[in-house]
Design a protein around this ligand. Structure first.
Ligand code: SF4
Length: 369
């Protein structure tokens, strides 16, 4: 954790009560709170001794103010964040933060809402969470809120901010709106925001646990976690889906689903031949799962669509076509040779995935022609 980037401008004077007092007020027991800290510690992959440090830090931390902006989005990340069973992670995190501005959930409207945002910006040291891509074509007119473009609002909101968290593939990499032919000129946050640390939490939608873990890391260690070349935290995006997949043994054994509903599908065999993009996708989905850890797409019988990868709408489609040959990974020949050579591919690690994605993008046109 010491290697994470230090954020010195965290606003520890903003907000009101400590976390523990607020949770007690809401009826969340200390046992539930410690269980939450343990889950987050596991997600962050910190040693178990650090759970106490997380608990101590959160128990006393003052809530940093947050501005949550929505631009070219479907509000799916907000929905993902809010839809959870009790005691909800979302509730606990919302209690960790002072969400001063969020178009979907705030009670204020109109001028009142704008003033809340302006006051937070004026104080500074806040977090900005961005959902949705930002159109830059034609002066940014394709996304306006209150008569101002997303570009203007983002620029203003990030002024004096401690950090920006881009949630979902749209905010991180442009997402669906940036898919070819991208008529609005949609881009991700990192293409526009300079001089403020930006952390990308892609996914379609983002997994709420990764927002929570990032915020907890920030509050506990006063720093952002270590990031990969795409600005994604390694604790969540450091390993491929394929590396931790529960169907991996079937891949290695050459047991593949050949048609939806066939015997292999009913037995939980590997979905690679049905188009699973797990071998090229970096995410902690298999370990943290979704909906409070109940299940995840591959567990439910559908292949991974690669939604945490840059440009996945262009680079990972058609979703139901098996991955082409990828130099450096040899995925196609690996499947045909019943897993031979996969161990070597797995060892390539984080540094290689940007190269692989780039190669895939270049080869896609050839594969589909
Ligand atoms: S190809 Fe997909 S389903 Fe098969 S083992 Fe890899 S990630 Fe799992």
């Amino acid at each position: 954790m010491a290697k994470g980037r230090r954020i010195v401008s965290i606003s520890e004077t903003a907000g009101a009560d400590g976390m523990l007092a607020m949770l007690k007020h809401k009826g969340v027991s200390r046992r539930e709170f410690l269980r939450f800290c343990a889950v987050i510690g596991a997600t962050l992959a910190v040693p178990v001794e650090m759970v106490g440090k997380i608990a101590d830090a959160l128990a006393s931390v003052r809530r940093p103010p947050v501005i949550w902006l929505e631009f070219q989005d479907c509000a799916g990340c907000t929905e993902s964040f809010l839809r959870a069973s009790r005691p909800t992670v979302a509730e606990i995190v919302l209690d960790l933060l002072s969400v001063d501005y969020h178009e979907t959930i705030m009670a204020a409207a109109g001028r009142q809402a704008e003033e809340a945002r302006e006051a937070t910006i004026k104080t500074g040291g806040h977090l900005v969470i961005v959902e949705g891509s930002i159109p830059i074509k034609d002066g940014g007119l394709y996304c306006c809120v209150g008569g101002r473009t997303a570009m203007e609002i983002l620029s203003e909101a990030t002024r004096g901010a401690a950090a920006v968290i881009a949630v979902g593939n749209c905010a991180a990499f442009g997402g669906l709106a940036a898919a070819e032919p991208n008529p609005t000129g949609a881009v991700g946050v990192r293409d526009l925001v300079k001089g403020v640390p930006v952390i990308n939490l892609p996914g379609c939608p983002v997994n709420a646990i990764n927002i929570t873990a990032t915020v907890v890391h920030y509050l506990t260690f006063k720093s952002l976690p270590e990031l990969d070349a795409w600005g994604r935290p390694l604790f969540a995006y450091g390993k491929r889906i394929h590396d931790n997949c529960e169907r991996r043994a079937h891949f290695d054994a050459g047991q593949f689903v050949e048609a939806w509903g066939d015997e292999g599908h009913r037995k939980g065999w590997c979905l690679y031949k049905m188009g699973c993009k797990g071998p090229e996708t970096y995410s902690n989905c298999p370990t943290v799962r979704w909906n409070e850890g109940i299940n995840w797409p591959v567990g439910a019988g559908h292949g991974c669509v690669g939604c945490t990868q840059p440009g996945f709408w262009d680079t990972m489609t058609p979703f139901y076509r098996r991955l082409p040959t990828v130099p450096g990974f040899s995925v196609e020949s690996t499947a045909d040779k019943i897993g031979l050579g996969l161990a070597a591919a797995a060892a390539v690690g984080v540094a290689a995935h940007a190269v692989a994605s780039s190669v895939r993008r270049k080869t896609k046109g050839t594969e589909e022609s």
